[in-house]
Design a binder for this molecule. Structure first.
Ligand code: ZN
Ligand code: FE
Length: 270
């Protein structure tokens, strides 16, 4: 685990309660808005589409001040320019991908801290899906935004990194406090769960989670946020040390990252 992850520095206003709202965009993207009633600041994590984000802001009566970008893919940055033009928000994202993130005002890297409403947002590098990918972690609010690195019951495809790099990113995330709530970039949970059951069919927590996910989706509800503790019990990509997964893959006595890599490859063809 990296030195800065999980280290909760006392904020000016500990336990500050922000109002979090999930915004569905495009076909299966999620953006998240959060608002500090005291300072009046409002942040958005990822900007997949202008319309739904703008509508959610108007409904809540919030003015956007911060846009936090997890990675440079088009389905996460598409609305940057329009949101900046309308609200004058500051666009923050990985410095490594400055050229690919429209309107970027502040480039960030691992270990950087962003001040928001008297609280602090930690920037964690999580390379693998893209090399510049970052997660945003708020230890006082017990929330982490993982973009396309960690999904509920799954993880992002490895586009720019390799399996070992991606595994180190996921391993760092799985060491965050278990009661941390994870928000991710896509609603892929059911498909991920169906895959997970093929590699760990006897995992009772996983069976229960997939049932819950089917029910939530039938009700038209999102399957996130979900706690890191719950993901550690159910997400195969956080469980390369599981005896059942290693049996199914017939991979014993090898490093976790190799089992993780084999799982990711299987999922690519699922
Ligand atoms: Zn992506
Ligand atoms: Fe994406």
């Amino acid at each position: 685990m990296k030195a800065n992850a999980g280290v909760c520095e006392p904020a000016a206003e500990p336990q500050s309660k922000f109002d979090f709202r999930l915004v569905r965009c495009r076909t299966d993207n999620y953006a998240v808005l959060f608002h500090d009633p005291e300072s009046g600041e409002t942040a958005l994590v990822d900007a997949p589409e202008f319309g739904p984000v703008d509508a959610a802001l108007q409904e809540a009566g919030w003015t956007l001040t911060h846009v936090l970008i997890t990675h440079h893919h088009a389905d996460h940055v598409a609305a940057n320019e329009e949101l900046k033009a309308k609200y004058g928000a500051t666009i923050i994202g990985p410095e490594k991908n400055r050229g690919q993130i429209p309107g970027l005002d502040r480039g960030v890297k691992d270990g950087d801290k962003i001040t928001f409403g008297g609280d602090v947002i930690d920037v964690l590098a999580v390379p693998g899906h893209t090399l510049g990918h970052v997660a945003y972690y708020m230890c006082n609010s017990k929330v982490v935004f993982t973009g396309d690195t960690l999904f509920s019951l799954g993880c992002g495809r490895i586009f720019e990194g390799d399996a070992e790099t991606m595994w180190h990113s996921l391993d760092m995330l799985r060491h965050l406090p278990e009661d941390t709530l994870m928000y991710c970039g896509h609603e892929y949970t059911l498909n991920n769960g169906e895959f997970a059951l093929t590699v760990e069919p006897r995992n009772k927590d996983l069976q229960r989670r997939v049932e819950e996910v089917r029910w939530l989706l039938r009700e038209g509800r999102p399957t996130i946020p979900v706690s890191i503790g719950q993901e550690k019990k159910t997400n195969p990509f956080l469980r390369p040390d599981s005896a059942e997964i290693r049996d199914v893959l017939d991979m014993h006595g090898v490093e976790n990252w190799r089992v993780f890599g084999a799982l990711r490859e299987r999922k690519d063809h699922f």
